[in-house]
Ligand binder design. Structure first.
Ligand code: NAD
Ligand code: FNR
Length: 171
């Protein structure tokens, strides 16, 4: 058994494979985006997901000022974007690395993403260092020709395409 200090907690969490997303927003406070793996389905009625955002992130004031955002789930081949949006890089350089379309609420939608969800923030709950943003989904854009991508054990793992099981594992 290991006492769950910060390092032990992170080591344990590194074993939870996760999709990685670029969360974007645009509006009066400007355009902003950050990388998030702490994204999760909450309920299908109404369609809701949650995002955990560290309140110390440079993007926090922008996401707090806006009520809309877009969750762009990275496809295999888009992993460089996760590092660009994962901190320290100036905002214009982050967005310059990819092509974007306007979502229904005006937030940047990533071209070629596995999935993009245009969302409205319905509720915010503070837990420790993070805000949990509960988001109602207004529109979904899917790209079924791309391959999935998982962050597991602090590195990338490409997945097969939609409807294609992993070799050796029955679907
Ligand atoms: N939820 C988050 O805020 C979160 C999640 C993943 C990564 N990150 C950040 O990305 C960078 C690279 O992360 P990594 O996965 O290579 O190694 P890491 O050792 O920093 O993190 C391992 C795992 O611990 C969890 N984690 C990390 N920082 C956290 C935080 N502040 N709050 C809650 N959970 C956290 C995540 O599940 C992460 O995959 C780090 O700076 C990390 O803080 C933050
Ligand atoms: C793979 C991966 C996954 C995550 C992150 C990073 C990386 C590389 N980061 C960190 C987050 O992207 C970073 O803090 C923001 O970009 C803000 O950085 P700046 O404060 O703008 O430099 C992150 N932050 C957060 O608040 N919630 C999350 O779920 C994640 N997940």
């Amino acid at each position: 058994m290991i006492r769950p200090d910060k390092a032990a907690f992170r080591d344990a969490m590194s074993r939870l494979g996760a999709a990685v997303n670029i969360i974007t927003t645009d509006g009066p406070a400007g355009r902003a985006g950050f990388t998030a793996s702490a994204v999760c389905s909450v309920t299908d009625s109404p369609p809701t997901l949650l995002i955990c955002l560290n309140r110390s992130a440079s993007v926090w004031p922008v996401f707090t000022a806006h009520r809309h955002l877009c969750v762009n789930t990275l496809a295999a081949g888009q992993q460089d974007l996760a590092l660009r949006f994962g901190g320290k890089t100036p905002m214009e350089e982050r967005f310059a690395a990819a092509r974007w379309n306007d979502g229904v609420d005006g937030c940047p939608r990533l071209e070629g993403a596995l999935l993009s969800c245009d969302c409205q923030v319905s509720q915010v709950v503070n837990v420790g260092t993070h805000d949990i943003l509960f988001c109602t989904i207004n529109a979904i854009t899917r790209n079924d020709d791309s391959h999935g991508l998982v962050w597991f054990d602090r590195t990338w793992h490409p997945l097969p395409g939609i409807g294609q099981p992993l070799p050796g594992i029955p679907g």
